[in-house]
Write a protein that binds this ligand. Sequence first.
Ligand code: HAS
Length: 557
Amino acid sequence: MEFSKSLKKVLLLELLIPMLLLVLGVYIGLIQVLARAGVIRGDTVWSLKYFEGLTLHGVVNAIVVTTFFAVAFGNAVMVYYLKNKIRMTWVWVSFWVMLVGTLLAAWAIVSGNATVLYTFYAPLMAHPLFYIGVALLVVGSWIAFFNWIPMYLRFRKEHPEQKTPLAVVGTLANFVIWFIATVPVAYEVLVILLPWSLGYVSEINVMLTRVLFWFFGHPLVYFWLLPAYIMYYAFLPKLVGGKIYSDFAARLVFFLFLIFSIPVGLHHQFAEPSINPNLKLLHAVFTFGVALPSLITAFSVAASLEMGAHLRGHKGLMSWVYRQPYFDKNNYLFAYLIVGLLIFIVGGATGMLNASYSLNNLMHNTGFLPGHFHLTVAGPVILAIFGMTIYMYSHITGKEVKFKSLNVAVPYIWALGLTFFSSGLMVGGLMGEPRRTNLGISYTNPDSPLFHSDWQITTAITAIGGTIMFIAALSYFTVLIATMASKSGGSVAFSFPTSEAYHDEKNISLVKNFTPWIVVAIVIILIAYVPTIREALENTAGGALPYLPTNPVPITP
Ligand code: HAS
């Protein structure tokens, strides 16, 4: 289908602005690994302090890029599959609100006024404009979501017998999760942190801010992941000549995420005081629930890959593993998606280790954590974003992708780097190497009394991995920029590579409507969070004073 000029314009902005920011995010990532390994020693590199850089790296890569992409991809999915007109005014309002929010937050971080890391809970305090900026970014994404709801309802009214397209179900499920998860964090930011940062109140309940943050913080990771899952189900089978194994199972997966991705936040707080251990155990149990849709996905997508290989004439039990278009330059999206999936096998397994209540003691706040989450957010998530950004760009503009061989190599180079990077962090983490620490000026500095020789080798492996990832990212940006600089081949119709289902079950009512799933989600959230919030309120005496990361003495108002 042909997108309107205005829609094309906004989609390109929503895809390319975050890519521009990602150049900065990736560069800071390189500085971080070099600083941890002691290759760079000092607190400041090119006028950015270590923790300012870490904040910028996390906020840009994990919050800004992912949110812009989810909105851009969602806009395209809604228009393409529902074949309904989208209200462009609101598409533009959503874009501008997100952009202004991003710029405000970025200013606060770069000017050194918001060194609060991407988990911006208390007691670290940021400039009010950081909180306002984050709130605007979220509100902008809500506007996009609210703009899709009438399109969906119109589709349901006009096509009562038809199934809602799978990619639409995935997108709406994702934004329902996002909306439910962001309401408490909006409360935290606007009602607790902002007045505190403006100086209207001097003390706040730190534990409450952390509970509200993690209410949002874990579903946040599925908000990053679900666009990739939409691609695994709706597009990947088509890319290998296969089919979605079961349409019902695919829909069920998105609805299971809806009910299980929120009531799990305490698995980030196993080590924190104030909350009853039984509640932590309850969240740990729900965390194993949220692994279920991913386990279903592992088998379903593997079945699609197997079917694809067999339909293309490859025989044998294991031919599906090696007879895939891994290096097909014209099928580069497959390379980005399959590499993400392979990485996620380890990313998911390490998540299950973290979730195990007692094992968590071993890795919490160590390098194991960034090791785990780079195998998720810097694995399936960013590779899907990379692949789909270039796919959408070339299909919207009609430009052919340049440097095709380099393009198809990017995910493999990235995966090689990530293997070193995450292995170094995880092995180091198991030996106690802390996360979020400028190790180069302390533990990996032979001149420091804190020197810890065990961590020299692991940080060096991490640095090698980070450098390879940086090279992969540069290669990706080269492909993207060269494609942007090339001439358009004229206007082309936009299309997503949409898969058919092998088991195309009839419109089963269990996975037809969102309402029952939303009700169940709310009930489970209440079970998991009402007692948790009560604990946070009751077990915190008084309030805590604000701190800056550079000073152990509280800031006195
Ligand atoms: Fe996590 C911490 C547990 C998934 C991201 N996680 C984090 C943090 C981030 C993050 C950013 O329980 C750090 C937060 C911070 O800064 O403190 N995580 C889990 C669990 C899962 C999980 C149980 N995490 C993710 C995803 C993320 C992400 C997804 C981003 C996108 N995580 C934790 C816990 C902590 C945590 C604790 C806190 C620890 C602490 O102490 O602070 C599960 O959802 C994982 C389920 C996944 C699977 C894998 C399925 C495999 C698939 C691939 C199949 C491959 C195929 C290819 C088909 C079970 C789908 C085959 C092809 C061939 C050719 C063979």
